[in-house]
Design a protein around this ligand. Structure first.
Ligand SMILES: [Zn+2]
Length: 325
């Protein structure tokens, strides 16, 4: 008996070791990351711009909403249309729609990716004051982030990531008041769709490991600094994304230095839901506004969207998502 026990004891650790080895092997197994297509993402950006400025309460806005919903469905996502009448700072009721696409909807561990899809109704930063009431085409400030996310959902249809992914296109982000406008100028006049969702998410008690916002992610030679609110609420997520970008050779886009602090959708997601969220946003330390010179002007057109930048951001995010276990 003794011998057997000894034998068992010697065999058991071997079995245990073997199991450990197997487990470790399973953990290091990497899921192939589908190749991001910048051509495809570019087409998704252009398709939105072709509707015209997607200003709430306009035909172009409604048509684009239908397009985004049908594309998400076509790529196999579970779609939720969250409609709400939201009151703008000037009293206008904005017929808004947050569009949510879920991949692996039953997975417990989830990542949230988001962008705003509406266009600003006023090019109030245009150098020509005559254009200050003209709607912004928002090729970069809106459509670029949505285009990258649509391409990611398209790729996830064939080779699903391990974790669940929720993509949200938020509405009525860019209807906010600036200092030169009459009316109440508060931070809360921006990001109305996001504020609404964060207070009443599409799934009660919704949570995610972290959230990533894409905003103005398509300009030629855009640079993304570590945005300060992101670094305050979710420094490890910023580090994860910026190091992934650097290891893929996109260090000229993702600058590992502090940038500005920006009131954007991620701030409300952080403050209201507690999901640690970051903002990948084109920041120009040399411009007066902190943004690219196209920001809230009539030049925010397709000329302002570059496939190399879409590729840098899209490829980085594909690796980030597919590395999640
Ligand atoms: Zn904007």
């Amino acid at each position: 008996m003794k011998k057997i026990i000894i034998l068992l004891l010697t065999v058991l650790p071997l079995i245990a070791c073997n199991n450990v080895a197997k487990t470790q092997k399973a953990e290091v197994k990497t899921i192939p990351v589908p190749t991001f297509s910048a051509d495809s993402a570019y087409k998704f950006v252009k398709a939105q711009v072709d509707f015209g400025p997607r200003v709430p309460n306009t035909k172009a806005h409604d048509e684009c909403a239908e397009y985004l919903v049908s594309e998400l469905k076509r790529f196999g996502a579970e779609v939720t249309e969250q409609k709400a009448n939201l009151k703008a700072f000037d009293g206008t009721i904005l017929k808004s729609e947050n569009i949510i696409g879920s991949i692996n909807p039953s997975a417990e561990n989830r990542v949230l990716l988001f962008s705003h899809w509406d266009s600003r109704p006023w090019a109030d930063n245009d150098p020509d004051p005559k254009n200050h009431k003209t709607p912004v085409m928002a090729a970069n400030d809106g459509a670029s982030g949505v285009g990258i996310l649509l391409e990611m959902v398209r790729l996830m249809q064939t080779d699903k990531p391990t974790i669940g992914v929720d993509v949200i296109f938020f509405d009525s982000e860019d209807y906010g008041a600036t200092e030169n406008m009459k009316g109440q100028d508060t931070e809360d006049s921006w990001c109305l769709g996001t504020q609404y969702w964060a207070k009443s998410p599409h799934i009660p008690g919704y949570t995610a490991r972290y959230g990533i916002l894409l905003d103005m992610v398509g300009a030629p030679n855009a640079v993304f600094y570590r945005e300060q609110a992101s670094d305050y609420f979710a420094p490890s997520v910023v580090t994860k994304v910026w190091s992934q970008a650097n290891s893929l050779g996109f260090g000229k886009y993702f600058i590992d230095q502090p940038g500005g602090s920006i009131t954007d959708d991620h701030v409300f997601v952080n403050k209201i839901t507690g999901i640690p969220s970051i903002d990948i946003i084109h920041y120009d330390p040399n411009s007066n506004t902190g943004f690219g010179n196209y920001w809230h002007t009539t030049f925010d057109t397709m000329d302002n969207v570059d496939k190399n930048t879409l590729n840098a951001v899209g490829t980085t995010l594909m690796h980030v998502v597919y590395n999640e276990k």
